[in-house]
Design a protein around this ligand. Sequence first.
Ligand SMILES: *[C@@H]1O[C@H](CO)[C@@H](O)[C@H](O)[C@H]1NC(C)=O
Length: 203
Amino acid sequence: MMKFLMIVASLTAICSALPSRLGRQTRQSGRELESMILNNTMELDPEGSFRLDWDVVYEDPSNPLLVLEMRVATTGWFSLRFTSADLTLGDYFYGAYDASKPSNSFFLDKHCALVDGLGCETAEGPRDDFRNDFQLLSFLFGTDYTVMRIARQVDTGNNLQDVVITPGPMMIGWAWSTGIFNNGFLTPIEKFGFQTVVLIAAE
Ligand SMILES: *[C@@H]1O[C@H](CO)[C@@H](O)[C@H](O)[C@H]1NC(C)=O
């Protein structure tokens, strides 16, 4: 039997790790962003474990808002990475929803210096940004998948830790795990990969 819940971002109680800066207001109401149709879609994993849907909202044409929805074939944690064009900075979203223990849930903004455009220089992986520039719009989950919809400005202003989303191809990384925490540490990555994605069409 499929059971699912849809919970909007205003329900912040689920997330003890919730950074206080979350939910910075955009002029478009959260509810519109939460329900709008996202006209772009791509299976980041050719085997279908990680789908990305997205669209760009040009209310502020000088700094549009990117709305992203990840549908991942896990109930564990997952991540999405924007990579700087020179492959030195990895800018991550980390998300997890734990239905059996909601206080384990998180949605985080992380970063690290990259080695050869692939992994982080630090063994412990990416670190939290000083500010979370993602807005959680909605999430839902089933027994074998998690969906999270988030928004982020193309240029967050935190350019040491966030990649500016540019028109044309960008290198996007994805990863997921089957679990969330084990002894206080994130469970290991089960599957990951990289894709070239045009989030914003080139002029
Ligand atoms: C998605 O496409 C529909 C139909 O063409 C359009 O009305 C809508 O504005 C598009 N959404 C965005 C965010 O551009």
